[in-house]
Ligand binder design. Structure first.
Ligand code: 5GP
Ligand code: ZN
Length: 114
């Protein structure tokens, strides 16, 4: 999608600190980190929100979780722990309309979130 920020990160038009990339997903550090480790896992395919997910997208969603686990391990936070979050629409706090899995780690996170 031509005017999507995360599609532009996917195709290199906008720079990001890429931690991992393959044919299906990209992983990069959040520009405004909310924890010492905060990265985003996004699909290469443009999907605006969780509401737009289709049964055919099951593999890519699974791939996003497996990639989160792998990069968390690379970042050395597997044992201390981390949180995965996907925000949907306004009440969920979504601001970029290309789905992304937040991975936060490196400090004690509160529950429930504010
Ligand atoms: P949301 O609020 O949609 O769940 O999360 C969007 C996230 O994208 C925010 O945490 C925000 O800091 C991050 N973000 C927004 N613009 C950019 C950008 O240009 N580069 C990177 N690396 N992260 C971004
Ligand atoms: Zn997009």
């Amino acid at each position: 999608m031509s005017d999507c920020l995360f599609c532009k990160i996917n195709n290199g038009e906008i720079p990001a600190e890429i931690l991992y990339q393959d044919d299906e997903v990209s992983v990069f550090r959040d520009v405004s980190p909310q924890a010492p480790v905060h990265f985003l896992v996004i699909p290469k395919k443009h999907i605006s929100t969780l509401n737009d997910l289709q049964p055919d997208d099951a593999m890519v969603i699974g791939k996003m979780m497996l990639t989160a686990k792998m990069v968390a391990s690379d970042q050395g936070v597997s044992e201390s722990g981390y949180r995965t979050v996907m925000n949907c629409n306004s009440d969920g706090g979504q601001t970029v309309y290309h789905i992304h899995l937040h991975v936060l780690a490196g400090r004690q996170l509160e529950w429930p979130p504010g």
